[in-house]
Design a protein around this ligand. Structure first.
Ligand code: AHR
Length: 497
């Protein structure tokens, strides 16, 4: 089978916002406790943060991290997590039926964010709380001083404000599993009132309204419309959450997850722009895909069936090479839509459906999914380019025929780096020509691939060790075009300079 991509420097989709390489740390399972934070661990710093995890976070290339949830935030009392640790309450977290020690709260988290050089995307509780608690948290974080909450922050050791810019107005409020879940109308009104109060506390904030928890929600579409009719003037982004897994051995549909995410993005953009049109507004709401990943959610017991425990092992999915190929493909989808997708968070960062795993007191290691993310975050810089694509189709049970070749192309004019991220979703090798005549001299800098079945279709720690991307043979480069054979069911990066 053959495919061809044609690119030109003037086929610009949009600037790649570095926040597309975001991730997510929730007070869930072992993401915080024995994940990023473990006092007494051999690598722990003076604040109790694991250096091995901080180092892997840097290697992963994560730019922004959403915190503190997730479902957790919808019953979180942030004031429990400030002040002397010995005085903090041990709470029953209703989202995950877990015991929350509150050892890590907003101040500790901000120390970790500074240590890792990541921007914080903060979420506020709109499940059990509202405008009052949210505005107080903005005051605590962002007002320099001279008010009750800002002075509490200074008294707690942070003289300078944290300057958290992006805030999520709640989490998955459309989901019946969410503590305090709401109708679109109920959420829209509350989100608008909360936004008003938060923006009075700090007018420079960028706000994210909750969109749908998945494209499959019965309320999808109508939810976005109603929520944006309430919040359009106050928010900059609407969220979407997207998790994928292989079901009933339907490998082709799983490999086509990126095509479903593409449609989801297109539908949310259309809905947001319809709200703009009704208002005769030029404003364009951008997208925050602030939870996305492969998640074997069918293996998850469900929130109602959990044993009450402290830092339980929850959703510690082990990923295969096939999962890594799908994660790479989902990233190409985000990049192809760089004109509208401003923020995206791989959910999550450590231990919980995560690219980084840890053992308490022991090692931290990379899952298979670590690699496509790290390579993309490192090399996909500058602008995303549209690629004219000629490709065979792939028949899927769930999504009909989808392109067998999915791609994203990033062009960094300053460094002269042209990066092709290519997924071959089909079972056949794909003889692919990359046509790049308008870019001047081309030299191969790197070509590496992850093949779904290399080393067997395992979903365990052993597959992680096999996941280091392998060099691709026989890549032929001229100034006009590059030819490369993409292995069956693979994710490949070809980098020209
Ligand atoms: O990331 C795990 C959970 O998935 C989050 O808490 C929730 O927002 C989503 O349903």
């Amino acid at each position: 089978q053959r495919a061809r991509l044609t690119v030109h420097p003037s086929f610009t989709v949009g600037e790649i916002d570095r926040r597309i390489f975001g991730s997510f740390v929730e007070h869930l399972g072992r993401a915080v406790y024995t994940g990023i934070y473990e006092p007494g661990h051999p690598t722990a710093d003076a604040d109790g943060f694991r250096q091995d995890v901080a180092d892997l976070t840097a290697e992963l290339g994560v730019t922004a991290v959403r915190y503190p949830g997730g479902n957790f935030v919808s019953n979180y009392v942030w004031e429990d997590g400030i002040g002397p640790v010995a005085d903090r309450p041990r709470r029953l977290d209703l989202a995950w039926r877990s015991i929350e020690s509150n050892e890590v709260g907003v101040d500790e988290y901000q120390r970790w964010a500074a240590k890792t050089g990541t921007e914080t995307i903060m979420a506020v509780n709109l499940g059990t709380r509202g405008a009052d608690a949210a505005a107080a948290l903005v005051e605590y974080c962002n007002v320099p001083g001279g008010t009750a909450w800002s002075d509490r922050r200074r008294a707690n050791g942070a003289e300078e404000p944290y300057g958290v810019k992006v805030w999520c107005l709640g989490n998955e409020m459309d989901g019946p599993w969410q503590i305090g879940h709401k109708t679109a109308e109920g959420y829209g009104r509350l989100a608008s009132q909360t936004a008003q109060a938060m923006l009075r506390a700090d007018p420079t904030l960028e706000l994210v309204a909750c969109g749908s928890s998945s494209r499959e929600m019965a309320t999808f579409g109508e939810w976005e419309r109603v929520v944006l009719e309430h919040t359009f003037d106050q928010v900059d982004y609407i969220s979407l959450h997207a998790y994928y897994q292989e079901r009933n051995g339907d490998r082709a549909s799983f490999l086509a997850s990126g095509a479903s995410l593409e449609a989801f993005i297109t539908e949310v953009v259309a809905t947001a722009d319809a709200v703009a049109a009704k208002r005769h507004s030029d404003k364009r709401i951008r997208l925050s895909v602030d939870e996305w990943n492969v998640w074997y959610i069918d293996d998850f017991a469900g929130e109602d069936n959990l044993e009450l425990a402290e830092r339980p092992r929850l959703a510690e999915d082990a990923y295969s090479l096939l999962d890594a190929v799908v994660v790479g493909d989902l990233l190409t989808t985000l990049l192809r839509n760089a004109d509208r997708v401003a923020i995206a968070c791989l959910a999550q960062l450590v231990n919980v459906i995560a690219p980084i795993m840890t053992e308490p007191g022991g090692e931290a290691w990379r899952q298979t999914t670590f690699h496509p993310f790290a390579l993309t975050a490192k090399h996909a810089r500058g602008v995303a380019l549209e690629a004219r694509t000629e490709t065979p189709g792939l028949a899927t049970a769930k999504y009909g025929e989808v392109p067998a070749l999915a791609s994203a192309v990033a062009w960094d004019e300053e460094s002269g780096s042209l990066v092709f991220l290519l997924t071959n979703r089909s079972k056949e090798p794909l003889e692919t020509t990359l046509s790049h005549a308008g870019f001047g001299t081309a030299r191969l800098a790197e070509a590496v691939t992850i093949i779904a079945d290399a080393g067997g279709p395992r979903r365990d720690a052993a597959s992680a060790a096999l996941a280091t991307p392998q060099p691709v043979d026989k890549v032929r480069v001229t100034d006009a075009e590059t030819s490369v054979t993409l292995p069956p069911e693979s994710w490949t990066m070809v980098r020209l300079s």
